[in-house]
Structure formats: structure tokens, C-alpha cells
Design a protein around this ligand. Structure first.
Ligand SMILES: [Zn+2]
Length: 302
């Protein structure tokens, strides 16, 4: 185990990175590490994580009682204690409010679709713990449901929580969650999010074993409702590794005619020819022709 002085320095460094990357604003966020069997090193309450010094940290016992330090421990100490109680393997806990991941937490959209191989091998799914008032006993209760099977989760209308076998591993999971949230957001804005097939997810799960990646629980299929595994949405692929986005496919199967014409007139490249269902063939209009049609329609209405 690392020495206390190096752990203090590591917490300062992780806090600086979190603040520099915009994962926290003002005094948000908190970080802790195990310091031996029955003590924790914890960030103090009401300090900006970007400007900490090693002497600011508190030492607490596993009940959260302060043993050493000039300042009081983080207001989210209860949440950290719950994680250490539930997960003897966890050596460090990181909590922050990274904006894109927190946006998903506010929208109530978990990051549980099989999209990126590296996210699946490291974190599996990223569920949302239900909303709880920060700093109260409610928050550890909300976290308890998912922490046994997950190393990372969103906290509804609040932020994100990650854990690891050492401090940097917990912090990197926070980076992975925010990066994944940003990629998911861009894919959804582009209108398509193809998924890894269930077969491919099984293959990735086997890689966890081959590469010795420690995961607290196996990945399970989307239909299974089980808190002891990581539920990932991965449709059966019938031999394919990537499954087309079904929502997008449904929209393309029956697009509204005006939208078709507008899309064509703006020169958008469509993955499928824009054919009319009755077999008349493709219709493309220039912007000028489309405008004229709309003007005609408006005149007729009058
Ligand atoms: Zn928070």
C-alpha cells in the first residue's frame, strides 16, 4: 500500500485534474482512499478541489468519525462509507458532477447501451441511482442498490460516482463515464446509435478474463432484471457484431414526405434511397422548387 504522504499528494492531483476538466465547479465533489484496514483519507468539506494542499485532508475511521485534520471531512462522507462497507475490494472513491454525464443523470437516461467496447470491458453498464438529497442518509441508500455490481454510476439530478482498486483507477473511470456520455450525446444528435450485438458483448466479457480486468459482476442481457449483474442493452445480432439503430430504422421506413424533400434539397446524403412507397421512384427538389411548392400551398389555403 502507498504511503500516507503519497496518497495525500495523489488526492491533490486528482482534485486538480477534476477541476481542470470541469468535472466540478466551486467546492463540488469529493475524494477518499483507504488508509489501512480501518481508516480513510478524505477530502475536506467546503474547499475547491482544484486548489487543495496535502495538509488539508482529514483522516476518519470507518464510521466517519474524524481522527485527524484541521478541517471537517466531506459532507458526502456517508456515501463514501457505504461504498467501503459494501465493497471490501474498493480502495478509493471519487464523486464529481461532470456536465455531460450529469446531463444524462438529469434526463434520467442511463448509460447502459452496448456502444463502446472499452466501456463494456471496464465499467459494463452505468446505471442511475435514484434521486436522494445530497449529504443525507438517503444518498448512501440510493447508492447501495447498485454499488455491489458496478464500479461507476450516475446519481439522478446530481452527478456521478466511481470506485476502484486504487485512486487513479477510480478517477479514470470518472473520465471514461464523461467521455462515453459525450460520445453518446454526439451519436444521438447525429440521429443514429448502432449497438454492439449481444454476441459481441459476450466476446468482450470473455476478454475481461483474458486481460485480467477486475469487474465486480458479470454483464447480463437487457431482459434480465438483476441487481447482481451489469444490465447492458445489447440486441441479438444473428451473427452480426453491430446491430443497426432500430429507432432510426423505424423512422426511415416511413419518413414524412416533406422531411424527405427538405433533406434531399439540402443535399444530405441518405443511407437509403428516398423512394416513395407506391413505386413512383425517387423525388428530389431544389430549395427553390420546394419554396415555390410551399408558397403555392399557402396561396391555395387563402
Ligand atoms: Zn455532489
Amino acid at each position: 500500500m502507498s504511503s500516507e504522504s503519497s496518497l495525500r499528494a495523489d488526492i491533490v492531483e486528482v482534485g486538480r485534474r477534476m477541476y481542470a476538466r470541469g468535472y466540478t465547479a466551486s467546492n463540488d465533489g469529493n475524494i477518499s482512499v483507504r488508509l489501512g484496514a480501518d481508516r480513510l483519507l478524505m477530502t475536506p468539506k467546503s474547499v475547491c478541489k482544484g486548489f487543495m494542499t496535502p495538509d488539508m485532508m482529514c483522516i476518519t475511521d470507518l464510521e466517519g468519525r474524524k481522527l485527524q485534520g484541521d478541517r471537517d471531512p466531506s459532507s458526502e462522507t456517508l456515501m463514501h462509507l457505504e461504498v467501503y462497507r459494501q465493497r471490501p475490494d474498493v480502495q478509493a472513491v471519487v464523486h464529481a458532477h461532470p456536465p455531460t454525464a450529469t446531463g444524462f443523470a438529469v434526463a434520467g437516461i442511463p448509460l447502459d447501451r452496448a456502444v463502446l467496447a472499452e466501456v463494456l470491458t471496464t465499467l459494463g453498464s452505468i446505471p442511475i441511482a435514484e434521486y436522494a438529497t445530497p449529504s443525507t442518509k438517503e444518498l448512501p441508500e440510493a447508492v447501495r442498490k447498485y454499488i455491489k455490481a458496478h464500479d461507476g454510476m450516475l446519481l439522478a439530478n446530481h452527478g456521478a460516482l466511481t470506485v476502484g482498486g486504487d485512486l487513479f483507477s477510480a478517477y479514470y473511470k470518472m473520465e471514461t463515464i464523461e467521455h462515453f456520455a459525450t460520445i453518446s450525446l454526439v451519436a444521438r444528435m447525429l440521429g443514429r446509435e448502432n449497438l454492439l450485438s449481444r454476441e459481441e458483448v459476450t466476446r468482450l466479457q470473455d476478454l475481461r478474463g483474458a486481460y485480467g480486468i477486475k469487474a465486480p459482476a458479470p454483464i447480463c442481457a437487457e431482459t434480465v432484471e438483476d441487481e447482481s449483474c451489469q444490465v447492458v442493452q445489447a440486441p441479438a445480432g444473428g451473427g452480426r457484431r453491430l446491430v443497426p439503430d432500430l429507432v432510426r430504422q423505424a423512422a426511415e421506413a416511413d419518413p414524412p414526405p416533406l422531411a424527405q424533400n427538405t433533406r434531399a434539397s439540402y443535399g444530405e446524403v441518405s443511407p437509403k434511397p428516398l423512394a416513395k412507397a407506391d413505386g413512383e421512384g425517387e423525388i428530389r427538389l431544389t430549395y427553390r422548387e420546394l419554396s415555390a411548392l410551399i408558397e403555392d400551398a399557402v396561396r391555395n389555403l387563402r
